[in-house]
Design a protein around this ligand. Sequence first.
Ligand code: EPZ
Length: 428
Amino acid sequence: MDRIRIRGGNRLAGEIPISGAKNAGLPLMAASLLSEEPLSLGNLPHLADISTLASLLGVLGVELAMDGDAPNGGHAGRVLTLHARKIASTTAPYDLVRRMRASILVLGGLVARVGEAKVSLPGGCAIGNRPVDLHLKGLEQLGAEIDVRGGYIEARAPKGLTGGHVVFPFVSVGATENLMIAASLARGETVLANAAREPEVIDLGHCLNAMGAKISGLGTDTITIEGVPGLHGARHQVVPDRIETGTYALAAAITGGDVMLLGANPAHNEALFEKLKESGVEVSVDGRGVRIAPGSGRPEGVDVMTEPYPGFPTDLQAQFMALMAAASGAAMITETIFENRFMHVSELARMGANVTVHGASAMVRGAKTLAGAEVMATDLRASVSLVLAGLAAQGETIVNRVYHLDRGYEKLEEKLAACGADIQRLRD
Ligand code: EPZ
């Protein structure tokens, strides 16, 4: 298994191109199931999770083709064309779903297009239980019959789905997306109340509308979908990755660096940027992206609480904790989205971080210096928080289980090394 070695202490300086968003790309790829015409997605990142979903869609009969580099080079990815001319299979097998929970996103598209789906129930996960009950209840409200048998979700709607009124008891990004996909082809109007407002949800809505769907209310907590009989092909550019943006903003801040995040959309990271400014870090915006520069001293401790968008993202909680571990003063970090998302704490502690967890809150007392160590991570964002700590730490850090990073960060070592980080991948 590959590892990453970092020799800490270098200030980052330079430019980092931001890739397309993984968490937008995945539902967009699933949306291709709705049409017998091709959907072309530009600016898709090259990531293990994207490849996993591509394999699954291939099993379902979607023809996939990569069209080469997008014309503006740099931070643009390649264009992937997905052509679901015919659905060859309606079964999403355990072996693929267990590798990536977002595979559940094919459920809505399959039921809406062909009236049936059999999708392996995603199992547990390092950051929490992560049930899919809201996806299933929502689909039932659109008229699907659902059984869970032998570890598989079996959904049927032989006469097609019908519009319904779905009130989510709490905000779920994935359930909102699955229901938007399904309701696009349902008969009549669907209203999703307490819907997610994440930029990735909006991006999916824009793409579905470009395919002929009639979705309004995007970016608000009430999304209305007027079902249509069929969707056509479209071309769509994936939004920049706000979590990658935030991660590199925090990498710059933790090293006292000066970095331009090329192509970042500042509006998608307001919660983080407010906290960075409060901490004393300079954040400025120009036509090329977002610049992070050091303030007059070490960043100061500030409290954060994770919340659905536009609140502070859970996907940046671990990285923010790394910054707070090296900040001056204390910070209270509260995780409200996932019940077990502090797995990075004990690894950060091995690098000298002073963190005490009480239930959903972690009290972080900033240490003057962090020290390099050999560490291991359990999920994508936890792993990258260790990379950030390693960039600031004295001495050498080895991060094990790099496959977690490869799920969500494209060319991580290259992007950081180009800004002066001493970071290498050690291949086994
Ligand atoms: C998306 O996961 C992201 N994944 C996650 O990113 C992100 O952490 C999460 O949203 C929250 O922002 C993708 O977009 C592919 P949820 P999702 O449904 O859709 C509970 C990363 O690191 N819940 O909004 O699965 C759930 O357990 C990943 O890139 C139910 O109880 O998240 C959680 O506590 C990790 N029942 C909360 O809701 C359900 O049916 C929010 O989850 C669905 C969710």
